[in-house]
Design a protein around this ligand. Sequence first.
Ligand code: PEP
Ligand code: MN
Length: 437
Amino acid sequence: MWTPTSWQTKTIEQQAEYSNQAELDDVISELSELPPLVSAQEVQKLRQLTAQAAKGEVFLLQGGDCAESFADCHQASISRKLQLMQQMSLLLMYGLGRPVVRVGRMAGQYAKPRSAHTETIDGTSLPSYRGDLINSAEFCAVKRQPDPSRLLKGYSLASLTLNFIRTTSPEVFQKLCQAQQWDSRQILGEQPSAFAETLNKVQKSFQLMHQLSPSHWQPLQEFYTCHEALHLHYEQALTRNIDQQWFNLSTHMPWVGMRTAKPDSAHIEYLRGIENPIAIKIGPRMTERWLCGIIEQLNPINAPGKITLITRLGHQQVAKKLPELIKLMQRQDYAVTWCCDPMHGNTQIAQNGIKTRHFSHISSELQQTVSLHQQHASVLGGVHLELTGEMVTECVGGHCAIQEKDLKTGYTSLVDPRLNPAQAIELSLNLMKAFEN
Ligand code: PEP
Ligand code: MN
C-alpha cells in the first residue's frame, strides 16, 4: 500500500548521508506541520494544462536555474527571471499561436543529483555539493556536511519566492513586456536586425489585444513551479491529503531524473502516489522496457496530463533516439506530453576545464525535436531550459558571441551553465522559426 513514507522501504539513490538522524527527524516533523506552498487546485489546473499541451492547445515554458541558490533569493534577480520568461512567452504565443504556460524551475529547485560522491581539489576530497537544500557549495569540510536545518531554510525561501511571484500584479507583468524594458536589457543590440521587426509586430498585436480587453493580460500572470523531486524527506513532509487524495504541495510539477528513476526505486514509489503532473527526464540511455515500466507504475490508468516526457538526448543523438521513443509511445497508446530539454544532452567541458554548452548545439537539438515530432505525427508540448535573467557567460555562442575565454568572467551557476537573457530570447526566436517551417 502506498503512503507518503512507503518509499522508505525501497532502494534509494543520490541521498545525502546525515550524521544526526534525530535532528533530521525533528526537521521533517516540523516541515510536515508547516503550511503547504501551493494548492491542490493549482496542481490540478496545471495537470489539465499539461493534458492540453499534449494536444498542441497550449505550450509549456519551463525555465530557471540548474540549481537555485539561497543567496540568490533576491527581489531583483527573481524579477529579472520573471521578466525574461514573460518576454519569451510573448514571443512564443505570437509565433506558435498557442497560449504559453510558464513553469519556473523556481521556489524549490534546491537539490541536485551528482555523478560523483566526492569532489577533489588539490588532493583534498570532500563530499560533493548536492544543492543548497543539503549542503553548501563552499569547498569546506564542515560546510559540505549535510545539514538538516537547510530543509527549513529551503522551505522558507521557496515560500518567499512564491509569495513574491504571486504578489506581482497583471499591471506589473504588462509593464515587463513593454518595449523599453527589452531595450534596457541590451538584448535588442545583440539580436539579428530581423528581431526588432518581429518584436515590433509582437508588441503591436499585444497592444491591440489589450485595447480590446485589458483582462487578456490576466493569463500571463499565471505562474507554476517545478523542481526535481530528489530529496524525498522534503517531498514527503510537504505531501498532504486533500479530499482523500495525496498531493505534493511543495511544487506544482515535480520531475524525476534518470539517476533516480529505476522501476521499483524509492523515487518512483513516492511519485506514484501523488496527484501532481509528473515529468520524467529521458536521456539516450533510456530503454523501452525501463520507460514503459515506470510509466505503468506512475500512470496505470493512462490519464492524460499525468506524464510529461522531457527528452534531453543531445544534438547528435536526437535524430536517432527521438523517433524510436515517439513510435514506442504511439504503439503503447500511452497518453504523454512531450517536452524538450535541449540543455542536458549538450553539456561539455571547455578547454579551460569549465562546464559549458554551445548555443548552436542547444538550438540544433530544439529545432530537430520540433521537426521530428512534426514528421511523426506527434506534438511537442513544451520546452525545458536552464536560464537566468542575469547577463552571465556560461553557455558559449549565440549572437552575443560568448567564447570559451569569456566563461570565467561571468560564471555564477553553482552547477550547470545557463542561457543568459540574450541567448534565451534568441533561442525563443529560433523556436518560433522552427514551428513556422
Ligand atoms: C537538471 O535538470 O538539472 C538535471 C540534473 O537534469 P538531468 O537529470 O536530465 O541530467
Ligand atoms: Mn542542470
